[in-house]
Design a protein around this ligand. Structure first.
Ligand SMILES: Cc1cc2nc3c(=O)[nH]c(=O)nc-3n(C[C@H](O)[C@H](O)[C@H](O)COP(=O)(O)O)c2cc1C
Length: 222
């Protein structure tokens, strides 16, 4: 089986999307799947890179989109790639191939913020004749910086959900409901996420010598 993990964050290997996508990728590799990665923002900057991703898409049995939620949707280059895939007239892939899975996370605390983006991906799969394998979604993506070890409980539950997902996908199944449920659970109490998030913003402001108050709205009313 050939799998393609498409990372949809402009931060590349420093992103939460990479952490989660490569977590699934490692689990697939452990089970004998050939895994390739595509950095969508980087590749779509050139015709050569775009062509490479389109060819990889067509030659894969499984494609996993790993991306951050941007304005309730997918980052623009990833949307563009999906449009190009859908437009390709010479698609030779058999119906139901490749299978399409998603791992998405967002900055707000609630996983359900990702529902619209997941719906878009599911529609894309239906429209292009791919088999929809389901989606993992989580909120509080801002706490995924660096490594899983910094998460409460050493991130064991998330790692376990990624592993169960890889196991199911490697044997041709869909993302298990159990993994989806674990993934969607808040990583920490909401107040703690907000507190550390606000602190992080203030530290960034200080580092960048930002003068305006954090609530400054130059184009807002009042
Ligand atoms: C342009 C932009 C738009 C965003 N839109 C949303 C959004 O609509 N809802 C949300 O919960 N988070 C939103 N976020 C936050 C990201 O989803 C969040 O920071 C995520 O953890 C980044 O993942 P990454 O490290 O893979 O890039 C947005 C971030 C950016 C930069």
């Amino acid at each position: 089986m050939n799998a393609l993990i498409l990372v949809g964050s402009p931060k590349g290997r420093k992103s939460a999307s990479w952490m989660l996508g490569s977590g699934i990728g490692e689990g697939l590799r452990d089970r004998g799947v050939t895994v390739q990665y595509g950095m969508v923002h980087h590749e779509l900057r050139s015709g050569e890179g775009t062509g490479k991703l389109l060819d990889l898409f067509d030659s894969s049995d499984l494609v996993v989109l790993a991306f951050p939620l941007y304005v309730d949707s997918l980052p623009a280059p990833l949307t563009r790639l999906l449009e190009l895939v859908a437009e390709r007239k010479d698609r030779t892939a058999a119906a139901g191939n490749p299978r399409l899975g998603v791992v998405v996370q967002c900055g707000f605390p609630e996983a359900h913020q990702c529902d619209t983006a997941i719906g878009i991906c599911r529609r894309f799969a239906g429209f292009t004749g791919m088999r929809w394998a389901g989606a993992l979604a989580m909120g509080m993506g801002g706490s995924l910086e660096g490594d899983f070890g910094r998460l409460p409980g050493g991130g064991k539950k998330i790692l376990d959900a990624l592993n169960k997902t890889a196991e199911a996908l490697a044997r041709g199944g869909d993302i298990p409901d159990e993994a989806k449920a674990v993934f969607a659970r808040p990583l920490m109490p909401r107040w703690l996420y907000t507190l550390t998030g606000n602190l992080g913003w203030r530290l960034k402001m200080r580092k960048n010598k930002a003068q305006s108050p954090i609530g400054y709205r130059p184009y807002g009313q009042g």
